[in-house]
Design a protein around this ligand. Structure first.
Ligand code: FAD
Ligand code: FO1
Length: 455
């Protein structure tokens, strides 16, 4: 029986049945790397208490995670390092495994005679593949809990949505039911009996390739994430509507790396924003991005297996891009040219430098940056591959459904409509510097990036 009206049971789904062992309920933490406000952990605890079992969290470190660099691992592992010391007083076990989860988890779960297995939700291909293999290789009850979205992705919609305007009413209908507060995680009443080494990231023989040499661009971890969220709400949310599209202003929240690594719960952030003592207009604008746009990205990656290839673009976009394959491109660059910020255009080069130096690029410039890659490559396939490679390699928040969807929107018209036809782009929405100049001071942006680089 739920103690609060949290809809916790409706946030989970069973992936397979199986034999329940006498050991702990195990939560495999992956996308949602936090203790607070984590529906998967709360669900696992509820299951463990009902079944009178102990509770254990396991994280599988995958050192060759696609697209990830030492800077990303450093941010992730520093955040993860704080978790075991917070779990000890809660009587919840912690351990880490190294290697592909479908290989490392089955033997481990067998060894501890796990009672049930719970994972968090992720629509990306690699996660779906890991889970499919685990479904085949395990013989114990296996559940999935969407701890990332406010409304579970499979509940909002059972199909790929056409655009924001088709998913928005579905979200609106369900939001009040799911945007509830979180019940507390309690000190777990049943002790772990299995003797387990409490492995932390430092104990793993992490290869030297994971040691980042640069200074971290922002402080990782749950505590820092909450502090940054509070600071944004107290000081900058009021200007979000006015400044969020201006790269010269610090108008956006800057919270995407915390959300990407699950160090901050989007639901907690939505609750904090809803309760802020501000007018509804500022809040609505931000919540539209945080809820509708973000959950739309998960919907796209969940229901479009080709979310990172041209086959995932809508039919009209594939057709129009095909019709313009033969168009002359005025400039053509290689991946190395783009990567080094070596194009003819100062604004694009500044965007690239900003991305490389700071691990992030302003949301408005991300659109411009990727559309120019379409304009300056021989075909849409190359453009898409280059944009994904660079975004995943350099963005701290990359390797995320929001990234694949944002790039597919910019280059392939996903969730957008047809616009006036023009060379190369066909009917894909075009952007140019004149549009940028109407939004912000382009020269000031370029100068600020250069100044930051020379420091
Ligand atoms: P804020 O404006 O403060 O928004 C708060 C949160 O709302 C964001 O952190 C994010 O979770 C969500 N959000 C905001 N805008 C969008 C959007 N358009 N789509 C989906 N969710 C949104 N986002 C990523 O998280 N990772 C990426 O790799 C990524 N790559 C992108 C690439 C391109 C080409 C484009 C056009 C967009 C991309 N986005 C990506 C979406 C968006 O630009 C970023 O989420 C946002 O700029 C992150 O900064 P912020 O946290 O300060 O955003
Ligand atoms: N998830 C894991 O379960 N294990 C990892 O070792 C791991 C590394 C990693 C590195 C960079 C990065 O951006 C993500 C990483 N993730 C890892 C996955 C992440 O938690 C997210 O689930 C997805 O990237 C976004 O959905």
């Amino acid at each position: 029986m739920e103690r609060h009206n949290t809809n916790i049971s409706r946030r989970s789904r069973r992936l397979r049945q199986g034999h329940r062992g006498s050991g702990p309920v195990v939560y495999w933490m992956s996308r949602d790397q936090r203790i607070d406000d984590n529906w998967a952990l709360l669900w696992a605890q509820q299951e463990a208490i009902t079944r009178q079992k102990s509770l254990l969290i396991v994280f599988c470190l995958v050192t060759d995670y696609p697209g990830a660099t030492p800077a990303h691992f450093q941010f992730m592992l520093t955040g993860i390092n704080d978790l075991p010391k917070r779990l000890a007083p809660l009587n919840i076990g912690w351990t880490m495994l190294q290697g592909p989860p479908e290989k490392s988890l089955p033997a481990f779960l067998h060894q501890i005679d796990a009672h049930a297995f719970v994972c968090d939700f992720d629509p990306l291909r690699i996660k779906q593949q890991w889970k499919q293999k685990l479904i085949s290789n395990l013989n114990l009850p296996f559940y999935e809990v969407d701890a990332h979205n406010i409304i579970p992705a499979w509940t909002i919609s059972e199909k790929k949505e056409y655009a924001a305007y088709t998913i928005r009413p579905k979200i609106k209908r369900l939001l009040a039911d799911f945007l509830t507060d979180f019940p507390p995680l309690v000190r777990h009443p049943i002790n772990l009996t299995t003797t387990l080494a409490e492995i932390t990231a430092q104990d793993l023989a992490t290869p030297a390739k994971l040691q980042a040499s640069q200074k971290m661009i922002m402080e990782p971890g749950e505590r820092e994430a909450t502090r940054a969220a509070k600071q944004f709400i107290d000081q900058r949310l009021v200007h979000y509507g006015e400044y969020s599209n201006n790269p010269c202003r610090q108008g956006q929240s800057g919270l995407s790396p915390y959300l990407h690594f699950g160090q901050l719960s989007a639901q907690r952030l939505a609750i904090m924003v809803s309760q802020a003592p501000l007018g509804s207009e500022e809040k609505e604008h931000f919540l539209e991005e945080l809820i509708v746009r973000r959950e739309l990205s998960d919907n796209f990656c969940l229901y479009e297996p080709a979310y990172d290839s041209v086959e995932g673009f809508p039919q009209w976009a594939q057709k129009t891009l095909d019709e313009h394959r033969g168009d002359t491109r005025e400039y053509l660059y290689t991946l190395s040219d783009f990567e080094a910020g070596n194009t003819h255009e100062a604004l694009w080069n500044a965007c690239q430098l900003d991305l490389v130096q700071n691990g992030k690029l302003h949301g408005f410039l991300r659109m411009y940056w990727s559309k120019k890659i379409l304009e300056w490559t021989p075909d849409p396939e190359t453009a898409l591959a280059f944009a994904i490679t660079l975004n995943d390699r350099y963005s701290l928040d990359g390797r995320d459904p929001n990234g694949y969807t944002g790039i597919a929107w910019s280059i392939g018209g996903v969730h957008d409509r047809a616009w006036k036809e023009r060379p190369v782009f066909g009917k894909i929405r075009y952007m140019n510097q004149a549009g940028c100049r109407r939004k912000f001071d382009v020269e000031a942006y370029i100068t600020s990036v250069k100044e930051n680089t020379s420091k």
